[in-house]
Design a protein around this ligand. Structure first.
Ligand code: PMP
Length: 428
């Protein structure tokens, strides 16, 4: 494929934007080569500035679960925009989307909208600290909850690709309040709680991890966290920025039948516009300003265009009874097809999958936490990434990312992808 125009655009961008990008992983640092500049997208396809068509397995890192330029969302945004784009005052549509979200997700009474997943998780932790009167938090190595200071202690995703798990600029004062646990290791969490008795406000977790590749929770792990939280007056925060409105209508809480105390959202809930949200039962949400003492705010929070996009997206997901099954079936089909051709080509791999999240780890042992994910062969991944790209399939430019399946993918697209893997596997 030719990336002449993308290369030229990247060179221009580098002069005025740090690294040429507004979010690090887009720069392809982990895989090398030229970042692709997108011109437009429709359904399951991206069209780049050089005229290449790519089947998209990232889908804006999750939001485009029904495909790009999904008409009900696009139309809702256009109609709203004609009536003004921001007021900083209450609008009816905020209540409409809040009512719908609360009706779809278990264990929440109220929801507050923000502008990103980062804001959602940052605010959820502040609320948990305010509500419990405790300072420390537990997060899991390899889980990513956005780029607010408390989480950049050893993040996965972009940060691990760069091998800089701790970012300069995060103070040691902040770092000391974040305890790191091993994903899928309940004994490790228990030990941290014991060693910090009465000091931990919350445990925040991706109920299915997606930022160290896809890693589902082991049987009993999330249940175990629930029990530990209840026994120690700790709030359990599910970061459902990836899993919310993706794994099921009610997200991971519904899928695994586990109650979280606070739930964070992003990605799908905004239909591709900048939206995040956090939600909980009344007792906790009423602790937020202006009702309660914990401060949190936003000029553009509840923005009408963002709410229109989110409402159109949730309405569609709520009314389509079969969408989550279809997504899971397509993902299972892809899993089976890719596994078959990798086996035939004697490639060492582990595929993890949950619902419409899937990732191929080039590691032969099971991948259950950050350490086992990091054992994947990054050189193989790089060759795989570029081979797939050349074949017209776009996967994340980092081995630490999950693939996000969209319902816009046809079985023909999936077969095309499996065939591409077959071709690329011969070069690994
Ligand atoms: N939580 C999770 C689980 C995420 O995957 C992400 C983003 N990939 C975030 C939080 C942060 O969201 P945002 O990029 O919208 O700030």
């Amino acid at each position: 494929m030719i990336y002449k125009r993308s290369s030229a655009l990247f060179a221009e961008a580098e002069k005025v934007i740090p690294g040429g990008v507004n979010s690090p992983v887009r720069a392809f640092k982990g895989v090398g080569g030229t970042p692709i500049f997108v011109k437009e997208a429709k359904g399951p396809y991206l069209f780049d500035e050089d005229g290449n068509r790519l089947i998209d397995y990232i889908n804006s890192w999750g939001p485009m679960i029904l495909g790009h330029a999904f008409e009900p969302v696009v139309n809702a945004v256009i109609e709203k925009a004609k009536k003004g784009t921001s007021f900083g005052m209450p609008t009816e549509i905020e209540t409409e989307i809040a009512e719908l979200a609360v009706s779809m997700v278990p264990n929440i009474d109220k929801i507050r909208f923000v502008n990103s997943g980062t804001e959602a998780c940052m605010s959820a932790v502040r609320l948990a600290r305010g509500f419990t009167g405790k300072d420390k938090i537990i997060k899991f190595a390899g889980c990513y909850h956005g780029h607010s200071d408390s989480f950049l202690i050893q993040a996965g995703s972009g940060a691990s690709t760069f091998g800089t798990p701790n970012s300069p600029g995060v103070t040691t004062g902040t770092a000391k309040d974040t305890l790191l646990a091993r994903y899928n290791d309940l004994a490790n969490v228990e030990a941290l709680i014991e060693a910090n008795k009465g000091e931990i406000a919350c445990i925040i977790i991706e109920p299915v991890a997606g930022n160290m590749g896809c890693i589902p929770p082991k049987e009993g792990f999330l249940q175990g966290l629930r029990v530990l939280c209840d026994a120690n007056n700790i709030l359990l925060i599910f970061d459902e920025v990836m899993t919310g409105f993706r794994l099921a209508k009610g997200g991971a809480q519904q899928l695994f039948n586990i109650k979280a105390d606070i739930v964070c959202f992003g990605k799908v809930i905004g239909g591709g516009l900048p939206v995040g949200a956090f939600a909980a039962r009344n007792e906790i949400m009423n602790y937020l300003a202006p009702l309660g003492p914990v401060y949190q705010a936003g000029t553009l929070s509840g923005n009408p265009l963002a709410m229109a996009a989110g409402l159109a997206m949730l309405t569609e997901l709520n009314s389509d009874k079969d969408v989550f099954n279809r997504l899971a079936e397509k993902t299972a089909y892809l899993h089976k097809g890719i596994a078959k051709v990798l086996d035939e080509n004697n490639v060492e791999y582990t595929i993890n999958r949950q619902g419409s999240m899937i990732s191929v780890h080039f590691a032969k042992d099971e991948v259950v936490d950050f350490d086992s994910s990091a054992k994947g062969n990054n050189e193989t991944f790089k060759t795989f990434f570029h081979g797939m790209l050349n074949a017209g399939v776009y996967i994340a430019p980092s081995a630490f990312e999950t693939w996000f399946i969209t319902d816009a993918l046809s079985y023909q697209d999936l077969d095309f992808t499996i065939e591409a893997v077959n071709t690329v596997a011969k070069t690994l």
